[in-house]
Each structure stands twice: as structure tokens, then as C-alpha cells.
Design a protein around this ligand. Structure first.
Ligand SMILES: [Zn+2]
Length: 688
């Protein structure tokens, strides 16, 4: 993938009549809680009364940002000429903005514009003073029209503390707005400040004035065709990094105008490091200088990607970028593709996704495109790439989803559907206090292996499975879940541990099957089975059913033996539950950090003891014990081929099977309408 070329290409699809400033609109940094109501307010300079007012709150929504043109703060090195500001940046509006705006207008040959005139009039009305250098000038704060209670007091700004003092009282900026409006309710937030002038009975919002919009276009090299002034000074030609053509005015400085948190940041930060160092500094121009046209496409492409191609994977932000292999996309259909991809991670069942895609004529007619996925984090000022997955053919996506549908279908009713999103819920991810996901890379590399067809060690999957069970069961035993939330533990808290075990074990079983069928496991784990038709079993707890299940999954004989041991453990758990040991102490005997063959052997004898102790040596227990021996003979004398984590996994898959068998058995009885049986057993009463 050539990211800048792709971004520029997507940008070139944006229609010509599209407002280029839309791409520069920023979102708010202020966080608003759900119970709060945000507003924008006007900062009005009244030329007739020679006073300044904060007035007329209007409900804030995202549309306001576009309607009034919110472009954030200018970069530190540039003139602070943007008019609409977040309340947290109010000091700019009270200091340098007016001076810098006037300088910016002069710099761009707009010194005679109406907007320049207004600034002169504001100065003539003694509402502000300007200077002649960047950063100078200030608003005359004594012109603020104070509410009655504060009338007559002096107003001063302490920029370094972000505080405005009225008399001896100090106000943070937002509190200042509250005070000026005499508005007490703290649930109402004043987040955005929009400057205006008032003359001849009319309020003119400066950021909506055509002069201002033209200036912002010029500052960002986004002029409309009729506004462009040919760059006559530069006759030197260079090759543009993006379109590879020799052109005049090919510069690296355009790239400084990209958003700090947008996709073009990926491209500038990776190429910046390859720039040549010369005596006068790094020569960025030969590394990534671009032409004006490509720059404009990149800006539009960046905004389009932000708006239409942003989704999430594993609760991290992600861009999904489609690229046509044989034919270019058209602007209208391209966004729908991303929606489909995003849904693949959000839906509950792979089958649900496939049905939707198969019904989408456009997708099916043009399935020859590839997808690039960039997973990233941004805090508003910086941009970190967590993972990139490039060149995934759409057909690969479909193949993966079909394989997931098939593998999870085999596990019905033990597993109720599975999709890509489930993978995120399977690997324990620790969170910091701030909610940052520490080791999310593990999940992302599973996705990468899946999409790009990289090999993955089967042992890694067994490790994750044991760890997930370990961490999950521990969390569920706590009063309150305090980490590993990605595993969806709330659903099982506090007393549905068995169902957690069932879901985990069965999902891992499905996942390992998927990896094996896609031929990306380092070695085969299961023996491919024949006649993989789904069977409708009436009684899952018959030995025939168990054997059928194991054959279908292609378990080795050792794995089968451990599976039976897991069934026995569940049996003990049920007896313990009946005796009032709700936490099923037998689970404590499983060491989720891994169990060697000799530990498994000890566990087996412990379990036999328990069955005896609880007087549960009935016909069914005996068939389980028989099953165990049939598949592994006498444990002690064998050389054991499975790893310590694989041992745990297979034991727990047997346990999980029993949970499911019991659940569906119970459900079946209920459906038969036998009220005396249904849910009467306290061991089964744990079931929902
Ligand atoms: Zn170019």
C-alpha cells in the first residue's frame, strides 16, 4: 500500500463543488458528560455602545462546528488568526487573535477587505488594541459589560493560570462565562466562543463572513480556483513525492498543514525519518515534497477518511481503506464498503454478515478490491500507529467469515454464533486506571495473522486460552470486576462461572479450528474429520454423542482422554454445588498456568476420590472413566505429546461440553413441558 497515493486518490474523488474548509473543521477537545448540556456563546463587540458582551447561548452540536467554522487553534509558530475557539482557549480571543488576524489579512493581500475594516473600527471604538508584530495586541477588558452584581469591578486576565479576575474574584474561563451570563446551572456547559460585531442593530458573525473564509482557505492553501494567485517566484521544478511528476512549487512545507491526528500523519512521520541531513539541517524537500494539487487531494482525502472510513477494532480506532484492484471506486459506493467491514467486527455471527454481504449486489459484483487496516491511537495532539494490516483481499475477508461460520456452526448448541469481534473478547487485555489497553497488541496480531495469513503457533492459542480462563475465573470470584473487561465478564458475574468457561473453551475450540482450516497454524492440532455435517443430537450427555462430537472436532486420543476428565470434573462440581459448595471447589484443582502429565495424573485420582466421596459413582460416571481409559490407556506409562497449556485447554473443553449439555438437556425438557423436571435440580438451577 502506498498510503499517500491512496489518500490522494480518495481525495480526488471528492466532488469539485465540495467546500474545502469542511476538511479543516476540528472536533472539540472538551469532554461532555451524558448528563450535561453543551452550548456555544457569542462574544459580541458592540461598535455603537462601545462595549463587549457574552450573550445568547445556542445549543451545541457537531453541526455548529461546521456552521460557524471551528478550526482549532493555529499552530504555535503561526499567526493566531482563527476566530472561533473552545472556551479553554478564550485567552487567544482576549489577546493576540485580533492583531494576528489583521496581520494575516495583510499578508494575504486582504488588507482592504471588510473584515480588516471591522478590526480597525473595533480599535477606533477602543474595544481592542493591535500591534505590528505576531502575538501583540489585546482586548480592552474594561469594556466588558458586567452583570449587575459585578458592576464597577476591574477585569484582568491571568493567562498563565487561565483565569480571569473580576475585582478580587478569580474565574476559570468557563466559570467566567457562567458569571457573565449569570447562569448558575453547572450542568449547562459553555464550550465554544463565537466572536461577532454588532452595528446598526445587526450582529455579524465574523467567522461566517466571506472574507474570513477566504482567508482561512488561503492560509491552508485551499483556495477556490478563482482565488488562486500563481506562484511566480518559483520556477524551479521538482518531482512530487505523490504523483511522481515534475512540477513547479513542489514543497515539503505543505505537509505541516496536515492535521496532527489524521491519516497523513502516518505518512509524514514515516518519511520524515528518511530525510537527508545536510549542513543546513534535514532536507525534507527531497524526501517528501509534494505538489499543490496532491496536497489538496491529501487534505480532502484525510477528511474523507476521517468521516467515512473510521471504525474500531478491539476498542481501538481504526481506518479501513479499500483500494480497487482492477477498477476504481466511485465516490458514492465507497463508504458502504467500510460500513460492511466495520460490521464484520461488531456483529454477533459470521453468518449474519455473510447474508448481508451476499445480498449486496454491488459488493458481489465487484469483489476484487483489497482492504488496508490501520489501527491507531490519538490523544488529540499525537498519533500512534498500533498495527497496520495491508492488502487484505476482500475475498480473503469472505473466506475468513465463511470459515468462522462453519467452525462455530459445528459447535452448536455449545456456542451461539461467533464473529471477528469475538476474538477481542477472548484474549485477556489488562487496562490501566485510565482505561488504556496495555497488551492489546496480542489481539491485533491475531487479526493480522488471520488477514495476512501469517503463521501462528498453536501453543500461543493454548496459552491465551488458559490465561483467559485463569484471569476470568479469578475476576468472577471477586466482589467487583476490576480489570480484563474486554472479556465481557459482567455478563457472568457473580455466579455464572460455568457459562464463562463454556463460552471461552468453545470459542477457542472454534478459533483453533478456523486457524487450522485456513492453514495458518504452525502444525495441525486436530485430525480433519470426514462427514462434518451438523448433527441434531437429542441427548448430548450420552457417550455416543460425546464420541461423535470428539470425532467431528478431530481430537487426538490424548485430547479425548482429557476431555473425559473434564466431564468428570464437571460431574464433581455439580455434586459439590448440590451440597451447597456454590463455588465448586474442584475448579481450584486445575492449575491454569499449565499442567504437566503427572499433574494431570494426580488430578485424575483426586477426581476419582471426590466421585467416591460424593457417592456419585453411577453408570454415567463409569462411562466417563471408561472413556478416559479407552483413549489414553494407563496414563503413567505413556509418553505425553501435549503441552501443559494444551492439557488445561482439553480438560476445560470437556468441562464446557458438560455445561452446555446440561443446559440444552434442561431446555429440551422444558420444551417437552414436563414441569416437575424443569429447573428443579439445584445444580441446574444455576442455569439461566
Ligand atoms: Zn503531485
Amino acid at each position: 500500500m502506498n498510503l499517500p497515493q491512496l489518500t490522494a486518490y480518495l481525495g480526488s474523488l471528492v466532488p469539485a463543488d465540495h467546500d474545502p474548509l469542511e476538511a479543516k473543521v476540528k472536533s472539540l477537545k472538551t469532554k461532555i458528560k451524558s448528563e450535561e448540556r453543551p452550548y456555544a456563546v457569542f462574544l459580541t463587540f458592540d461598535l455603537e455602545r462601545q462595549s463587549i458582551r457574552i450573550e445568547d447561548p445556542i445549543p451545541f452540536s457537531k453541526d455548529i462546528l461546521y456552521e460557524y467554522g471551528y478550526f482549532g487553534n493555529n499552530d504555535a509558530a503561526q499567526l493566531q488568526s482563527y476566530l472561533v475557539r473552545e472556551v479553554e482557549s478564550l485567552h487567544y480571543l482576549l489577546t493576540s487573535v485580533w492583531n494576528d488576524l489583521r496581520l494575516a489579512l495583510q499578508k494575504h493581500n486582504m488588507g482592504d477587505s471588510r473584515l480588516s475594516k471591522w478590526i480597525e473600527e473595533m480599535e477606533a471604538s477602543e474595544l481592542l488594541v493591535t500591534g505590528n508584530k505576531k502575538g501583540r495586541g489585546k482586548v480592552c477588558l474594561d469594556r466588558f459589560q458586567l452583570p449587575g452584581s459585578l458592576e464597577g469591578k476591574s477585569v484582568t486576565l491571568q493567562k498563565e493560570n487561565r483565569v480571569i479576575c473580576i475585582g478580587s474574584q478569580k474565574f476559570k474561563y468557563e466559570a467566567f462565562v457562567h458569571a457573565m451570563l449569570e447562569h448558575e446551572n453547572k450542568k449547562d456547559r459553555f464550550v465554544l466562543v463565537i466572536p461577532a460585531v454588532f452595528e446598526q442593530g445587526v450582529r455579524i458573525v465574523l467567522s461566517q463572513h466571506e472574507d474570513y473564509r477566504k482567508l482561512v482557505r488561503k492560509i491552508n492553501n485551499l483556495e477556490l480556483p478563482e482565488e488562486r494567485e500563481e506562484d511566480s517566484h518559483s520556477s524551479e521544478q521538482r518531482v512530487c513525492y505523490v504523483c511522481q511528476q515534475l512540477k513547479p512549487s513542489v514543497k515539503s512545507e505543505y505537509t505541516t498543514k496536515f492535521s496532527r491526528t489524521g491519516i497523513n500523519k502516518v505518512f509524514t512521520t514515516t518519511t520524515i525519518n528518511s530525510a537527508r541531513y545536510k549542513t543546513d539541517g534535514y532536507s525534507y524537500d527531497d524526501a517528501y515534497a509534494i505538489c499543490l494539487e496532491c496536497y489538496r487531494h491529501l487534505v480532502n482525502g484525510e477528511a474523507l477518511i476521517e468521516k467515512r472510513f473510521k471504525g474500531s477494532i478491539a476498542r481501538e480506532s481504526a481506518f479501513f481503506l479499500p483500494e480497487g484492484l482492477f477498477e476504481p471506486f466511485d465516490y458514492d459506493s465507497i463508504g458502504r464498503i467500510k460500513d460492511r467491514l466495520d460490521f464484520a467486527f461488531q456483529c454477533k455471527e459470521a453468518g449474519e454478515w455473510l447474508e448481508m454481504v451476499e445480498a449486496d449486489a454491488e459488493w458481489m459484483q465487484h469483489p476484487y478490491f483489497t482492504i488496508h487496516i490501520i489501527v491507531y491511537r490519538t490523544d488529540g495532539t499525537s498519533f500512534t500507529v498500533l498495527e497496520t494490516i495491508e492488502d487484505v483481499p476482500a475475498l480473503r475477508f469472505m473466506q475468513i467469515m465463511k470459515t468462522i461460520r462453519q467452525a462455530s456452526g459445528q459447535l452448536k448448541p455449545f456456542l451461539q454464533g461467533m464473529s471477528l469481534g469475538n476474538i477481542y473478547r477472548m484474549v485477556p487485555i489488562r487496562e490501566t486506571k485510565k482505561g488504556e489497553q496495555v497488551n492489546v497488541g496480542r489481539v491485533l496480531s491475531l487479526y493480522k495473522a488471520l488477514f495476512s495469513g501469517y503463521r501462528i503457533r498453536s501453543e500461543t492459542l493454548f496459552d491465551y486460552a488458559s490465561e483467559a480462563l485463569d484471569k476470568g475465573i479469578l475476576q468472577l470470584s471477586k466482589e467487583k470486576i476490576d480489570n480484563y473487561r474486554n472479556m465481557g465478564l459482567d455478563e457472568y458475574h457473580p455466579d455464572k462461572v460455568d457459562f464463562f468457561i463454556q463460552r471461552m473453551a468453545m470459542q477457542y475450540l472454534a478459533l483453533i479450528q478456523v486457524f487450522q482450516q485456513l492453514a495458518i497454524l504452525d502444525r495441525p492440532v486436530f485430525t480433519p474429520s470426514f462427514g462434518t455435517e451438523e448433527q441434531d443430537m437429542q441427548l448430548y450427555d450420552s457417550v455416543e454423542a460425546v464420541e461423535q462430537f470428539l470425532d467431528r472436532q478431530g481430537f487426538s486420543s490424548e485430547a479425548k482422554a482429557l476431555f473425559y476428565l473434564g466431564c468428570m470434573i464437571h460431574r464433581v462440581g455439580v455434586e459439590q454445588y448440590k451440597k451447597g459448595h456454590k463455588t465448586k471447589p474442584v475448579l481450584k484443582k486445575i492449575h491454569f498456568q499449565g499442567m504437566s502429565a503427572s499433574e494431570v495424573y494426580r488430578l485424575y485420582y483426586d477426581v476419582l476420590d471426590k466421585l467416591r466421596q460424593y457417592d456419585a459413582f453411577d453408570r454415567y460416571s463409569e462411562t466417563l472413566i471408561e472413556g478416559f481409559h479407552r483413549h489414553c490407556g494407563i496414563l503413567k506409562e505413556r509418553e505425553w505429546p501435549l503441552s501443559d497449556h494444551a492439557n488445561v485447554f482439553y480438560i476445560m473443553s470437556g468441562y464446557a461440553y458438560q455445561v452446555g449439555a446440561l443446559a440444552s438437556h434442561n431446555k429440551g425438557r422444558k420444551q417437552d413441558g414436563d414441569p416437575t423436571e424443569s429447573g428443579a435440580d439445584p445444580a441446574i438451577a444455576q442455569l439461566p
